[in-house]
Design a protein around this ligand. Structure first.
Ligand SMILES: *[C@@H]1O[C@H](CO)[C@@H](O)[C@H](O)[C@H]1NC(C)=O
Ligand SMILES: *[C@@H]1O[C@H](CO)[C@@H](O)[C@H](O)[C@H]1NC(C)=O
Length: 187
């Protein structure tokens, strides 16, 4: 009897802990938050290709790229290839291998901004929606320690299936930020 009670309590505790734990499921492209709400971003997966867009950006130093605002330097063109929860299919010729986000740099080289096997969803800080981070991209600056990484912020916009992706900036730690407005990020 006491054993049964102990077990019941344990199961109840486990159930409670599980229900409160966020779940990031990259394969299904879904994120379940602390409150139990599930975001389903799978309609945004490009099953056969990628989202591609070019960005005129200013390279401030070797690893900080900011969007054009606030700089008088000459713009450089970066071409991005991005997928949601999947590798880019048919990567551009400049890239030897694929990744969830690739960028072809102004000098024609290609950089992987993350790895699909090191991807995780998390809740957007403050606002409605989720963000998807891809870690462990190409080594940065010949470093064995630092690798390119990226985050795609899915922001709730009830009026659009999808708008973007937009490049926001590359911050310290070689971390690129992108933004997608979509109704799938709404509760
Ligand atoms: C993604 O691409 C990488 C690099 O080519 C490859 O090693 C990996 O198996 C791919 N993963 C998936 C899930 O497609
Ligand atoms: C989005 O639109 C639907 C109806 O089209 C509505 O039911 C829902 O409350 C809206 N959500 C938000 C976050 O505005």
């Amino acid at each position: 009897m006491t054993t049964l009670t102990g077990l019941t309590v344990l199961v109840a505790l486990l159930g409670c802990a599980l229900s409160a734990m966020p779940i990031s499921d990259i394969k299904r492209c879904q994120y379940t938050g602390m409150d139990g709400h599930m975001y389903d971003l799978s309609p945004l997966i490009k099953g056969d290709g990628y989202y591609s867009f070019s960005v005129q950006a200013y390279e401030i130093d070797s690893y900080n790229i900011y969007s054009p605002k606030g700089s008088e330097a000459d713009p450089l063109t970066y071409q991005y290839y991005l997928n949601v929860c999947r590798n880019v299919t048919k990567p551009p010729d400049a890239c030897k291998t694929t990744a969830p986000i690739l960028v072809v740099n102004p000098d024609g080289t290609c950089t992987a901004l993350g790895n699909i096997n090191a991807a995780i969803f998390d809740a957007n800080p403050g606002a409605d929606g989720v963000y998807l981070s891809y870690y462990h991209g190409d080594p940065s600056g010949g470093s064995r320690v630092f690798h390119y990484q990226s985050s795609v912020f899915f922001v709730c916009d009830n009026s659009t299936e999808m708008s973007g992706p937009m490049f926001e900036h590359q911050s310290n730690c070689y971390h690129s930020h992108f933004r997608i407005l979509t109704k799938h990020a709404c509760k």
